[in-house]
Design a protein around this ligand. Sequence first.
Ligand SMILES: CC(C)(COP(=O)(O)OP(=O)(O)OC[C@H]1O[C@@H](n2cnc3c(N)ncnc32)[C@H](O)[C@@H]1OP(=O)(O)O)[C@@H](O)C(=O)NCCC(=O)NCCS
Length: 163
Amino acid sequence: MKIRKACSSDKGNIWKLHVASIRKLCVNHYTPEQLNAWTSVLTPSVYDQALKEKVFLVAHDSQQDLIGIGIFDVGCAEVSAIYIHPDATGKGVGSQLLNELETIARKSNIFKITVYSTLNAKGFYMVHGYLEQELTFHDLSNGSKLECIRMFKNLLNDAEQRH
Ligand SMILES: CC(C)(COP(=O)(O)OP(=O)(O)OC[C@H]1O[C@@H](n2cnc3c(N)ncnc32)[C@H](O)[C@@H]1OP(=O)(O)O)[C@@H](O)C(=O)NCCC(=O)NCCS
């Protein structure tokens, strides 16, 4: 598994992975109506802005097939997304993407980061030291709302990490 920066030609595969991840991995925490509303606002061009303005990483396997995406918004000090392909979960891909995003945050002198976690991913972020702040909502462009959990983590700086 390798991680690299995403590029515009990845958009179609990012979209397929994102939709597959939501449909399979979020199914126990959101209604079918919510899942439909969520995936219906996604298209390959939805990622244009994040590709331009955010740190956008992809993880791929030895066949170059995408197995995960990770997005960090430096301006908002926020992990915007981590989505793993349903066939690639439980192998540390999400952890490696998150570690990479946290490293980029530290290099940008950001030591407190936020994530609006899906209900299903709360345990994943807790394993990585994120603390729950409040239950909130993500507004979709079609007017639907998705419950999510605002979480934060205080990152150690390099000197603190060495101790
Ligand atoms: C949540 C997600 C990113 C985890 O990715 P992953 O590659 O499967 O996670 P990892 O293999 O790196 O797991 C790391 C640790 O987190 C734990 N973990 C992973 N997913 C978990 C979950 N949903 N609930 C509780 N713990 C979880 C693992 O057990 C593992 O713990 P360990 O190190 O003690 O064994 C992935 O399941 C996913 O893409 N989910 C759907 C999309 C989503 O909701 N993303 C979050 C958007 S904010």
